[in-house]
Write a protein that binds this ligand. Structure first.
Ligand SMILES: [Zn+2]
Length: 389
């Protein structure tokens, strides 16, 4: 689609975009960039100020003359409600319009309890976090869930963890209490968005691999999250591995990398080997103690995950692969064998400038990603103009 020319049709939403990106910071700039008349600029800026999205700042007087009034995006002009649901850990937060967390809670919710239990709990928590703030400040809701999500509808499909959530359309349930735009994406996509914008804003192509109870990937391609036709892009957990031993995966296939190398698979293998392990933390303790059998099992899992990531690297040619999730965060030997295999098995061209990094934001990437997803939507020129008319 050809890009819409900014002049002379620049709308209020377009004016906000120019101020947010810093492309134009005074009324005179806006007139120059858009070709709008002075009264037309004034009208649109006035509207943004009334809506709390822009504030005026006066710089210290320069030598002689009146200092120009600078226009700034007002991150304090609203809040977004976010929730990053994981199989093991869930974070709920209130963020400003720059995506900064203002208040938050962490939970160990069993998401398997289903939407009728979990969603009211999230909404009650948002109410509590809002406190005395007027509800009119709420501009949108952003959620990440551990399931494949048909993004446009917010419908969860083939839930990897949350069987009771399959087919649930989340936005209308939330909108019954918070009547604002509600965006839902899968947990790994929001982690990828958060990590990309927070730690690698100048990188166009990045793959975020979450290694936790489950394995999945979020793909940033050309600076944008790649969702695929229905939102199922990045499901690398269901790529089969060679010589997996015939493990049946919950998706119905045999020897998916998820079924042989995820946190869940590692716990199963260690138990089969007679180890008393109940959680990822128990495995971490064995690794720290240098237990040889545990190290061998974990390295083997890393090798298998590495082979799948090498395939993704050959197809997507990212400049950064980020390894996140609690297993990647705490299993050193797993990460080193992933690195080794990816560098060995990807083509020389694809790895020439490839960096494989640990997540810098950790679980906070989920909150940041949910917030940015919904902020980008509600502050897009289209959404801002839609509100106007
Ligand atoms: Zn599978």
């Amino acid at each position: 689609m050809p890009r819409r020319p900014a002049a002379p049709l620049a709308t209020t939403g377009e004016i906000l975009r120019l101020i947010r990106t810093g492309e134009a910071v005074t009324r005179a700039d806006l007139g120059r960039v858009t070709g709008l008349s002075r009264p037309a600029v004034q009208l649109r800026v006035g509207e943004l100020i009334d809506r709390g999205l822009v504030v005026e700042r006066t710089d210290a007087p320069s030598t002689g003359g009146r200092p120009p009034v600078r226009l700034e995006f007002n991150a304090a002009g609203g809040v977004v409600l976010v929730a990053a649901l994981g199989a093991g850990r869930t974070r709920v937060a209130l963020c400003d319009l720059a995506g900064e967390e203002l208040a938050g809670r962490r939970f160990h919710i069993d998401v398997e309890e289903g939407p009728e239990v979990v969603l009211p709990l999230l909404m009650d928590t948002w109410e509590e976090l809002l406190g005395d703030r007027p509800r009119s400040m709420v501009r949108g809701v952003g959620m990440g869930v551990p399931a494949t999500v048909e993004f446009a509808e917010g419908r969860t499909e083939s839930a990897r963890v949350m069987a009771s959530w399959t087919g649930v359309v989340i936005p209308p349930i939330i909108r019954a209490r918070f009547d604002v735009p509600v965006l839902v994406d899968n947990d790994v996509n929001v982690l990828a968005v958060g990590e990309h914008r927070g730690a690698y804003p100048d990188v166009a192509d990045l793959v975020f691999v979450k290694i936790s109870t489950r394995i999945g990937a979020g793909i940033v391609s050309g600076g944008e999250i790649l969702r695929g036709a229905l939102g199922a892009a990045g499901e690398i957990g269901h790529v089969p591995v060679r010589d997996g031993g015939g493990v049946l995966c919950r998706c119905g296939n045999i020897d998916c990398v998820d079924s042989v190398a995820s946190g869940t698979a590692l716990l199963r293998e260690l138990r089969a080997a007679g180890r008393d392990v109940k959680s990822i933390e128990d495995v971490t303790a064995l690794i720290r103690a240098g237990d040889a059998e545990t190290m061998a099992i974990v390295r083997e899992a890393g090798r298998r995950i590495g082979e799948v990531i090498a395939g993704a690297v050959n197809i997507l040619n990212p400049s950064v692969v980020v390894l996140g999730g609690d297993v990647a965060e705490t299993f050193g030997p797993l990460v080193s064998s992933i690195r080794e295999v990816v560098y060995r098995r990807s083509t020389a061209l694809a790895t020439r400038r490839l960096r494989i990094e640990a997540s810098r934001l950790g679980p906070q990437a989920g909150i940041a990603g949910c917030a940015l997803m919904v902020i980008d939507h509600v502050l897009s020129p289209e959404a801002v103009d839609d509100h106007t008319h």
